[in-house]
Design a binder for this molecule. Sequence first.
Ligand code: SF4
Ligand code: SF4
Length: 353
Amino acid sequence: MDNNKFGYGCMRLPVFDTAYTYHGYHAEEALREALVKRHPRDSFELTTKLPLRDFKDSEDMERIFNEQLNNCGVEYFDYYLLHNMGSNVYEKCKKYGAFDFVYKNKLDGKIKNVGMSFHDTPELLDEILGIYGDKIDFVQLQVNYVDWEQPNVQSRRCLEVANKYNKPVTVMEPCKGGTLVNVPKEAEKLMKDYNPNASTASWALRFAASQKGVIRVLSGMNSLEQVEDNTSFMADFKPLNEEENDIIKKVTKIINENTAIQCTACGYCTDGCPKNIAIPKYFALYNSIMRTTGSFSSQMVYYNNIAINYGKASDCIGCKQCEKACPQHLPITTYLNDVEEKFENNNIIPTRK
Ligand code: SF4
Ligand code: SF4
């Protein structure tokens, strides 16, 4: 097993991920200054994505791609992904030839490896790879032990489809947006009893890297401490043994019993919300409050503070724009009702200025 299984996902850094959807061109320029100008091109691998939600037509794809190359200051991308492929953009991609577009750029040497990040059903993945598999080199999937059998993600089944088409898999969300770093005490104890020196994150990353067909696990680190911890065990990666896999099953059960809303905090839902509701922040607070006492706690203070600058849960007008954007297919509006019930009823929210 080589140590090349580990990759740095920049989405969890404040403004550094090159993908348009996250921070626009500023991140590309920052990356050009910090990485491209300071290191030989063959000493690093660079990945970015075509924003499937945002391109208008074929010419627009061309414009965006050329801008990405120029802004990053590179001649080619090592990995270029169709970003967040799923039923909401699949027809558009077919109509404007997105698969042919990335493949042509690969033939022209501007892309080394074509991929797609995918957040939909195994059935759709099977359909896409059955039709366009010859144009796709790899698939990026959400793989973590909590989502392994979750009906809204289906990590295991999606991975099996990728294996069926012999497509290598890069893994996103191995720690599920940090959920698998801060696990319930009872779950943490199981892990610590087995290996006191292993961090909770190490279990999650090793689980993802242990799966068949996985070539790279992308960890969204945002502190030096996390980089040091992650590289310490991924540099000498060892797949989980049987005993460790059994512990993971028990940990999964505990986490599921303690997680009300399976939100990964990706933030896709907030962009078009007409009420500027801080959806992932509220869901994280809700999960915390449900995990502890299930009643008032310091999370209430956080809720009130956030609600000063953002829309409250009760401001939701039910347009469901957020639900269309959510890669986890969460019933966001229903959950916002739960959040409202918990945080706003019996609680005074300060008026927004
Ligand atoms: S349904 Fe509510 S939370 Fe979702 S985008 Fe519309 S207003 Fe915002
Ligand atoms: S609700 Fe969905 S889209 Fe919004 S942050 Fe959570 S997982 Fe992402």
